[in-house]
Design a protein around this ligand. Structure first.
Ligand SMILES: Nc1ncnc2c1ncn2[C@@H]1O[C@H](COP(=O)(O)OP(=O)(O)OP(=O)(O)O)[C@@H](O)[C@H]1O
Ligand SMILES: [Mg+2]
Length: 734
């Protein structure tokens, strides 16, 4: 039934997937069909190409009546930026006295060889470095950066990280509503989203799920999501990498539009064509080690750049791409007229141009700092209040689960399958001693569920957490509290639903007591169990430093959970080491104990054939006369035929209560264990919040590095040893 109701939408390129209920514009549908006919619809870029073609036609028009999407005139300057990270026991300098500025309407290209430190510089300028030491001055209008800097600057990362199940419009709206100032009315924010959609020409695909889009379209969405925050300053890390020259050109034209619309732009660009580089106003060129060797205007056909270099004896041959020229020159070095080798880093440091730049930065800062700040209200790190963050994100996560139904489906499926098999394996249990054992086992079998469910929760949570850590938190869209709340809340309905299914399919077929007190109790416990296991997976995920650690830790938890609860090994037989702590800290002890107490307490035991001890009384005595004293002394069990005169049967248990004694469970545990198990659920939720805050926000390690570091080394050594043995090492490293 489930597989009838759920569609298993695949991600990746190919046909565009519209959200359910969205009107597919007729012309869009025909466009898609055309593109597919064209035969190159392979990765969805065909439709991108179509849109692109239309976009170039629009360029001239839209450049003229370009809406001002940023009215900020703030100038961002940076001087003496140094950044170093601990490396191999020492320090490694990745940025060396970098300076420059970004102004509204100006496009700066950040260039340099691979590994020169471009991404590092962008991360540093946008305040996203998590480790190492940063020094230098970064000023907005001559003033230090405020707490709102991160959310008011856009960072278009190289990777297009999105919630893939959101539609284009949803993704942009999410960012607009949460990142724009809290006093802007929602209607205004949504209206602004329309503007962005228009600007980036996303109207036709606004209701398409992001996972079905091609590379170029995704890049435009990444840009759109950042623009939705109305950033005055936009950082872009290689927005053109992975694109063909056509798409790259179209992306750069878009970026240029943004500059004209009033944004300051700093953009790293990899191997740009001459056409591309001329769209930029300025170039900041870096050499490895983060050394600047040029910052200045591009000029017509790169004339300004050429001027700087030819003054020093190296000029760009006509027809040569100025971008390539810069990179090659820097890499090769060169000779001055007097024969001395040129060091371009030193050359720049002592150049007149550099001095002019510093003077200009000083001037900019002085001029701008005279202008009084317009914002007098309190500045927030996150634009929106926590309540709004929580509700928006919760809604998005519900939608995510709904559109990627394999997750919910999997949980329901496990509940149904384990429920049915458990229920029908222990079909209509009777009252023999063996049945008592079966009653215990059927309750115990719920431990089969967590390994599957937790293994589904973990990657889902991890994926959402990765998105939050990599992009959405650095952009200050929502904070840790909203993330935890949404993750916890979206698990609740599905846990309740699966618990109802499991309980119905398991409880009634087994013939456990159906009086409302017992059945109701077991139902509540089952529901708690399903809630418990969802948040269990989440906090393990939140605290573990990597996915490998999670997969190493989980089996340990599962084994402890199933073994030390007094069923597989009864309490009395547990070794002393486990008996006094593991048994008591194990949540399953309380779940199973409580359910056994509820279901066995009132049940009578009738020994089946072979279960009673059979003996003959001495002649002249009944079974009762002969053995009653013994039974009293034993304190449990009963004589099956006290009036008989032969074949007396002694059944070792009178009722379930006596049977439970061997399991260290008494009837009173029913109501004692429920609140304890509830406390475990609550503490699981609390741990989700705690670990996300402690490990992900505060970056506390809890010494796990010491535990897993050596383990990782052992693993790594083993892996490389095995690879060497089977001859992978040579192939792999070659
Ligand atoms: N956390 C770190 N620890 C040690 N070295 C680092 C760290 N981060 C970056 N590096 C090194 O710093 C240098 C600059 O890296 P960065 O990613 O900024 O280069 P890039 O210019 O963006 O290169 P690409 O064009 O390949 O993206 C590289 O040599 C990289 O190995
Ligand atoms: Mg990079």
């Amino acid at each position: 039934m489930g597989s009838e109701f759920f569609t298993f939408v695949k991600s990746g390129g190919g046909a565009l997937i519209f959200k359910k209920g969205a009107k597919t514009p007729a012309e869009m549908a025909s466009k898609i069909a055309d593109a597919e006919k064209g035969g190159d619809a392979g990765d969805g870029s065909a439709s991108g190409g179509q849109l692109q073609a239309s976009s170039q036609g629009n360029d001239e028009k839209s450049a003229k009546d370009m809406p001002k999407t940023s009215d900020s005139e703030e100038v961002f300057t940076w001087t003496d930026i140094n950044y170093s990270v601990p490396y191999d026991g020492g320090e490694r300098q990745l940025l060396n006295n970098v300076q420059g500025y970004a102004k509204p309407g100006v496009m700066v290209a950040l260039m340099g060889a691979s590994g020169a430190g471009k991404t590092t510089l962008l991360n540093t300028l946008s305040q996203r470095q998590r480790m190492g030491t940063v020094s230098g001055n970064m000023l907005v209008d001559g003033r230090p950066l405020g707490p709102e800097f991160q959310r008011t600057t856009g960072f278009v990362e190289q990777m297009d990280l999105h919630d893939m199940t959101a539609t284009v419009r949803e993704a942009i709206e999410f960012s607009a509503v949460l990142r724009q100032d809290r006093d802007v009315p929602k209607e205004e924010k949504v209206a602004y989203v329309d503007e962005i959609i228009e600007l980036l020409e996303l109207r036709e695909i606004q209701h398409v799920l992001i996972m079905s889009l091609g590379v170029e379209q995704r890049k435009r969405i990444t840009i759109a999501v950042e623009l939705a925050a109305k950033p005055s300053l936009l950082f872009l890390d290689e927005p053109t990498s992975g694109l063909d020259s056509q798409s790259a050109y179209s992306v750069v034209r878009f970026i240029q539009k943004l500059a004209r619309a009033g944004h300051g732009i700093i953009c790293t660009i990899h191997q740009p064509s001459s056409l591309l580089i001329q769209q930029f106003d300025m170039i900041l060129a870096l050499n490895p080690g983060g050394n600047t060797f040029y910052f200045g205007h591009v000029g017509d056909n790169g004339s300004e750049v050429n001027k700087y270099f030819s003054e020093r004896g190296v000029s760009c041959p006509p027809q040569k791409n100025i971008a390539e020229f810069i990179l090659e020159t820097a890499a090769k070095g060169g000779k001055r007229q007097d024969g001395k080798r040129l060091n371009w880093n030193e050359e720049w440091k002592h150049s007149q141009e550099n001095k002019t730049l510093l003077a200009e930065i000083d001037h900019l800062n002085q001029e701008r700092s005279k202008i009084p700040t317009k914002q007098v209200f309190t500045k927030h790190e996150y634009a929106s209040p926590i309540y709004l963050q929580c509700t928006m994100l919760t809604r998005r996560m519900f939608t995510q689960h709904w559109r990627d139904p394999s997750y919910y489906y999997g949980k329901i499926f496990v509940a149904i399958i384990v429920g049915i098999f458990n229920g029908f394996t222990f079909w209509k249990l009777g009252n023999t001693v063996a049945d008592m054992q079966n009653r215990m086992f059927t309750s115990f079998l719920i431990v089969l569920i967590p390994p599957t469910v937790v293994n589904a929760v973990v990657p889902k949570f991890y994926q959402n957490m990765a998105l939050w850590e990599a992009r959405e938190n650095p952009s200050r869209i929502y904070g840790w509290f909203a993330f935890c709340t949404a993750s916890v809340v979206t698990e609740i309905p599905i846990s309740i639903l699966s618990s109802v299914l499991y309980w119905l399919l398991w409880y009634y077929p087994t013939g456990l007591p159906t009086d409302s007190s017992t059945a109701g109790y077991v139902f509540w416990m089952t529901m708690l169990f399903f809630l418990f296991q969802a948040s269990w997976g989440q906090w393990i995920c939140a605290f573990a430093p990597s996915f490998t650690v999670i997969s190493n830790v989980l089996p340990f938890f599962f084994v402890m959970f199933s073994l030390f609860n007094g069923v597989v090994r009864p309490y009395a037989q547990l070794s002393v080491f486990w008996r006094y702590w593991m048994y008591y800290v194990n949540p399953s002890t309380y779940w199973i104990g409580g359910v056994i107490a509820a279901t066995l307490s009132g049940t009578s035991v009738q020994c089946g054939p072979g279960e009673a001890a059979v003996f003959d009384p001495p002649p002249g005595q009944t079974c009762g006369q002969y053995a009653a004293a013994f039974v009293r002394e034993a304190g449990q069990g009963y004589l099956m035929n006290p009036d008989g005169i032969s074949q007396c049967g002694y059944c070792p248990y009178r009722d379930g209560t006596e049977y439970m004694k061997s399991l260290n469970v008494v009837p009173g545990d029913k109501w004692r264990y429920l609140p304890i198990f509830l406390a475990f659920c609550v503490s699981n939720w609390a741990l989700v919040y705690f670990f996300v805050y402690a490990v992900r926000v505060r970056r506390w390690g809890f010494g796990l590095g010491y535990v897993f570091g050596p383990l990782g080394m052992v693993g790594g050594a083993l892996e490389s040893g095995i690879k060497k043995m089977i001859g992978w090492g040579r192939v792999g490293s070659g």
